[in-house]
Design a protein around this ligand. Structure first.
Ligand code: NAD
Length: 407
């Protein structure tokens, strides 16, 4: 088995390497936090089986770890990661999933991951087989894909793009390579690009998963399913919420209502009426998906400085804990906004926080960047996604990189 030293090779919003021990350390500290927040308090409340689509990083990982280590759920994840290849490291999501599986085994829990394209029939069938033989019907389904492309068996494919609709977006952004504020202009999407983005990031595939698993009798009565959305501030509205991704999110939100009705009308699923489908609108966090979005890096650097000062800058794991503790596992009916959405973005969207962001956004230049935005924090969080900048790790020490996905 090869051992080698792994150094960061970060280019803009792409990291060419991941550190296996650093990723394991990240996962371990999230699990410690989940256990200390949930286990003592809710020892009586458990989930039997959880499926997380998009489980290896970001919000999907936070939810999968919370279900497994906080509620002792037998957890099955699906992700699309690269395995280690000789001296080339695997992707961070590979090592995160491996670390979660390893820790689960040591704790007498079940955490397995299937790696492959969640849109494909082949991976859907693998999940059906794994659930049928190793788990049983699921009572929680988290849908957390952030994908750039979807293929179908007929050879068609769609790409997701981040573009405004019907207008040019023009505004400040942050050039991650040059580490300076830049001005960007993004041309409006074509109709085809809008439809393609909805195909990839809308709710069609979430509905397909629910239909398939219901047909295979792999959904338990009172099943709860959640997909994640984002709304964000006025200043990114033309590009995000009213752009192509926003259209896809609107579709995802309408799929939640369709699935909710299916669950609550299906004699085998409706149970006591506590199940259903919800959208959880989460806060902005640094993930591989969000870092690739122009404008958002600068917005997050400003936002995080404000939220950190207020002690309200939650991580993906803290949002996962809150989703389960205050909503999915809470005995009361699930609290939502008027559009039936769970709102975990409350600290970010607070009027006084957003007013402060907007003021800084207007004033910020390269000269006062260090004073008005916490770019080093953003950069550090980004490096940590790949297991770097972690105090406990000696990056000069060779490490095993060929680590199996499942134990
Ligand atoms: P992420 O990049 O950290 O995770 C994406 C996950 O999807 C990974 O596990 C990846 O392996 C998996 N994946 C991608 N394509 C796949 C495929 N074809 N088949 C199987 N797995 C695949 O992303 P994230 O930021 O955690 O985003 C997850 C969801 O949360 C998205 O719907 C996103 O819009 C939403 N969200 C994100 C933010 C944010 O600030 N990051 C805020 C609110 C909501």
């Amino acid at each position: 088995m090869p051992e080698s030293t792994v150094q960061p090779k970060i280019r803009g919003f792409i990291s060419l390497t991941s550190h296996p021990a650093g990723c394991a350390e990240n996962v371990g500290s999230q699990i410690d936090q989940i256990e200390s927040r949930l286990l003592s308090e809710r020892a009586d409340t458990t989930i039997k089986n959880t499926l997380v689509i998009g489980s290896s990083t970001g919000y999907g990982l936070g939810a999968a770890l919370t279900a497994c280590f906080g509620y002792k759920a037998n957890t099955l994840g699906v992700c699309f990661e690269k395995s280690p290849d000789n001296l080339k490291t695997g992707t961070a999501g590979w090592y995160n999933s491996a670390a979660a599986s390893h820790r689960a085994k040591n704790n007498g829990l079940l955490y397995k991951t299937i790696n492959g394209d969640a849109f494909s029939d082949e991976i859907k069938q693998q999940v059906v087989e794994q659930l049928r033989h190793g788990y049983g019907p699921i009572d929680t389904l988290i849908y957390s894909l952030a994908a750039s492309r979807r293929n179908n068996p007929l050879g068609e494919h769609w790409n997701s793009v981040l573009k405004p609709i019907d207008q040019v977006y023009s505004g400040k952004s942050f050039d991650l390579r040059r580490e300076e504020i830049s001005h960007i202009e993004i041309e409006p999407a074509t109709d085809e690009e809008v439809n393609s983005t909805i195909k990839v990031m809308g709710g069609e595939d979430w509905e397909d998963w629910v239909t398939l698993l219901a047909g295979e009798n792999l959904l338990a009565p009172n099943i709860k399913t959640v997909a994640f959305s984002y709304i964000g501030p006025e200043l990114t509205k033309d590009l995000y919420r009213e752009g192509t991704i926003g259209r896809a999110k609107a579709h995802l939100e309408s799929s939640a209502n369709t699935i909710h009705a299916v669950i609550n009308q299906h004699p085998g699923l409706q149970g006591d009426g506590s199940g259903g489908a919800w959208i959880s609108v989460n806060k902005a966090v640094v993930t591989q998906a969000s870092s690739a979005i122009p404008v958002v890096g600068l917005y997050m650097s400003i936002l995080f400085r404000i939220l950190n000062n207020r002690g309200e800058n939650e991580s993906t794991c803290e949002q996962g804990i809150r989703l389960f503790q205050e909503y999915l596992m809470h005995p009361a009916p699930i609290k939502t906004d008027a559009d039936r959405r769970i709102r975990l973005d409350n600290f970010e969207m607070l009027a006084e926080v957003q007013e402060q962001v907007a003021r800084i956004w207007g004033d910020i230049t390269n000269d006062n960047l260090a004073e008005l935005a916490d770019w080093p924090y953003f950069k550090n969080e980004f490096a940590r996604l790949f297991g770097f900048n972690i105090n406990e790790i000696d990056y000069d020490k060779p490490v095993e990189i060929d680590i199996p996905l499942n134990n």
